[in-house]
Design a protein around this ligand. Structure first.
Ligand SMILES: Cc1ncc(COP(=O)(O)O)c(C=O)c1O
Length: 286
């Protein structure tokens, strides 16, 4: 054994670092379940450490290949320039808004929001000195009147949870633009196959992946997508034309949305009853 060959213990813990060369693309993306990455030498480390994200992978909180793959898929579905992935919807909402708002800033928000989001605004945001005024998402005069000189963000849900109000994204985007505010929408209830809010003037779109994007109640996660200001497609180049958007919202009549909402709650309850039964079943003793 040469002086540089690793000893028995080193081989025992690090033998797997000899990654196989894989010329073929795997059919499913590999999971990079690692916090850190190993470097050939200190120069290699230094060059990646300098940029943290764009130059390679160093630490998975900054960037991770599996998470990047997910982000690229979401960007292509949503037509966004970039996507940041988070561990939960609330993580995405808090992270996104706190990157836009500081102590003393003001936000106008739709009154019809997920309860957890209202909770975030009323507790952590309040403590951080960020004030929020809410107004009926369909009352554009009230939304406009809620703006002040300190308003930095207009926030809504594309389809509100649980009221199912459908926000007129184009109209809200024009109000935000007139006040030089960033328009953020939580599109959890309207995945990109239904509507892509960036094409309707939103600057940033958040999703809780736990709902339609995950689809099977087996994942928590979220992302926020961005399109740079000034690069929004013109009205004529929308991929969901006005008529289709109206058709899709027409489908969500109050009665129909209520029915589907309560049906989804019923199925969640049925699943948790099933899980409770499954957990209380003694292990199989074959
Ligand atoms: C519209 C909406 N936004 C955000 C969230 C929060 O997402 P998560 O539970 O992934 O934190 C939810 C959760 O129900 C939601 O319905």
């Amino acid at each position: 054994m040469s002086e540089r060959d690793p000893g028995f213990s080193t081989r025992a813990v690090g033998g797997w670092t000899q990654m196989p060369e894989v010329r073929q693309h795997p059919a499913s993306p590999p999971l990079y379940q690692t916090a850190t990455f190993i470097f050939d030498d200190i120069d290699d480390f230094a060059s990646v450490a300098q940029t943290k994200i764009s130059g390679g992978y160093l630490y998975s909180r900054w960037a991770n290949p599996t998470v990047d793959m997910l982000g690229r898929v979401i960007s292509s579905l949503e037509g966004s320039e970039a996507t940041a992935c988070f561990g939960s919807g609330m993580g995405a909402i808090a992270g996104t808004l706190l990157s836009l708002l500081s102590n003393g800033d003001h936000m106008v928000a739709a009154a019809q929001l997920y309860g957890g989001t209202h909770g975030l605004f009323g507790t952590a945001f309040k403590r951080a000195g960020i004030s929020v005024t809410t107004a009926d998402v369909g009352d554009h005069a009230a939304i406009e009147a809620a703006f002040s000189e300190r308003t930095k963000v207009l926030y809504c849900e594309t389809i509100g949870n649980p009221t199912m109000n459908v926000a007129d994204l184009d109209a809200l985007a024009s109000i935000a633009r007139a006040h030089d505010a960033t328009f953020v929408t939580d599109s959890t209830f309207a995945p990109p196959v239904m509507v892509r809010p960036l094409e309707h003037g939103a600057d940033l779109v958040c999703h809780s992946a736990t709902k339609y994007l995950g689809g099977h109640a087996d994942v928590t996660g979220a992302w926020c997508r961005v399109t740079p200001r000034g690069s929004r497609p013109s009205d004529t180049s929308r991929s969901i034309p006005e008529a289709r958007w109206r058709r899709s919202t027409r489908g969500l009549s109050r009665a129909a949305s209520k029915r589907s909402f309560f049906a989804s709650i019923a199925s969640v309850r049925a699943r948790s009853r099933w899980r409770a039964r499954w957990r209380s079943t003694p292990p199989c003793s074959a």
